[in-house]
Design a protein around this ligand. Structure first.
Ligand SMILES: *Cc1c(COP(=O)(O)O)cnc(C)c1O
Length: 368
């Protein structure tokens, strides 16, 4: 693999395939697989990732917003795409691109029926989400009969699935809470199915749900972070391969004398002689200021070089005292060895946030 000559996010599609195969090995053969490719496929590039996953024959895709789904259609994706959090203003665009909305409240349901009806749609595929404890989006249990009446009185929409989302599937201390969510979901889905006279698909598991609650796989599972190589626990991480590697290069090396400072606001002042390397990525590339002042580190020649002083918009300076390196050498922010989870932890955040923060100006390089 050639060394980085600028800041790049390398995306390993072989690792993506490995992760998909592992996740599939953990679910029954007949259970459908939905790939969550929202937020630029967790920073990797949604169109490239979705195209490859479509080749690998996943059953469904999900994005958060309508415009993300439009991009997938424009890239040639033909599988069904669930839009998890559509807004009324985008309904016309949504149906024009055969995207399938999550209808999560009476207001959004009513407004979608009005739009679809005015465009003369029949049996337009939709999904409904129930709130079973996350308290974020979704109908409440007591709205089942209202929902059934509404669905029974229109032929404009057709209910393809009933779903919910787990609040703490990665946290085994919350097992009882999660099992309650699963039981409530089962009860709601069964009641609603009976009231409408057919059985839409049921799904509740995200990646950690797939791994920790095999009894809750139902008709389909939805995975994001697992596809990108993270199992949300030390034990499960061994089964996955992180697909992304954020790499950069040393632009310049400085020798800092005692009493000199480094970077904006003189946040770092040296008491001893220090050698620093300036790297071409900063908070505009996704390395937030919370990683500054000794928290985050990059790996240069196998050794940790901590960030010195404040993170700038386009650059960070790292401490390379005692590290054998020169201008032009590669620096690794995260890869399959020092993972995005490790880097995120240095600033008390999670892989999800770090991965989705890698900004669009960072070049994506795909390994096929
Ligand atoms: C983002 C999201 C997922 C994917 O979760 P992972 O933990 O990344 O697998 C699944 N379902 C819903 C509703 C989501 O918003």
């Amino acid at each position: 693999m050639p060394k980085a000559e600028e800041t790049i996010l390398e995306v390993d599609l072989k690792a993506l395939k490995h992760n998909l195969n592992h996740l599939k090995s953990r679910i029954p053969k007949e259970t459908k697989f939905l790939a969550v490719v929202k937020a630029f496929a967790y920073g990797s590039d949604a169109c490239e990732i979705a195209n490859y996953l479509e080749e690998l024959n996943v059953d469904y895709f999900a994005v958060a917003y309508t415009n993300e789904g439009v991009q997938l259609r424009e890239a040639g994706i033909t599988k069904p795409i669930l839009v998890l959090h559509p807004q009324t203003v985008s309904f016309t665009t949504l149906v024009e691109h055969q995207l399938e909305p999550n209808l999560y409240s009476p207001k959004i349901l009513k407004e979608f029926i009005e739009v679809a009806s005015s465009l003369n749609y029949k049996n337009y595929p939709v999904h409904v989400k129930f709130n079973t404890g996350l308290n974020r989006l979704g109908f409440a249990e007591h709205q089942v009969s209202y929902l059934a009446e509404t669905l029974n009185s229109t032929s404009v929409i057709h209910l393809k699935s009933i779903f919910s989302h787990l609040a703490a599937s990665e946290d085994l201390n919350e097992r009882e809470f999660t099992l309650n969510q699963i039981n409530l979901f089962k009860h709601i889905a069964e009641t609603l199915s009976e009231a409408i006279g057919f059985k839409p698909m049921m799904h509740i598991c995200n990646t950690s749900g797939i791994l920790n609650y095999p009894e809750a796989h139902f008709d389909m599972v939805r995975s994001g972070i697992g596809l990108y190589g993270y199992g949300n626990s030390e034990k499960e991480n061994k089964n996955f391969k992180p697909i992304g590697a954020l790499k950069t290069v040393i632009s310049q090396i400085h020798n800092i004398e005692p009493g000199e400072s480094v970077g904006y606001n003189r946040a770092f002042t040296s008491e001893t002689p220090v050698r620093t390397a300036t790297l071409p990525l900063g908070h505009a590339d996704g390395i937030g200021r919370q990683y500054g002042n000794g928290k985050g580190y990059v790996v240069i020649n196998g050794q940790k070089a901590h960030i010195v002083g404040n993170v700038c918009m386009d650059m960070i300076m790292v401490n390379i005292t005692g590290i054998d390196c020169k201008e032009g050498d590669e620096a690794i922010v995260f890869d399959a060895v020092t993972t995005a989870e490790d880097f995120a932890e240095t600033a008390n955040t999670i892989s999800y946030e770090l991965l989705t923060s890698v900004s669009q100006r960072v070049k994506r390089v795909f390994l096929k």
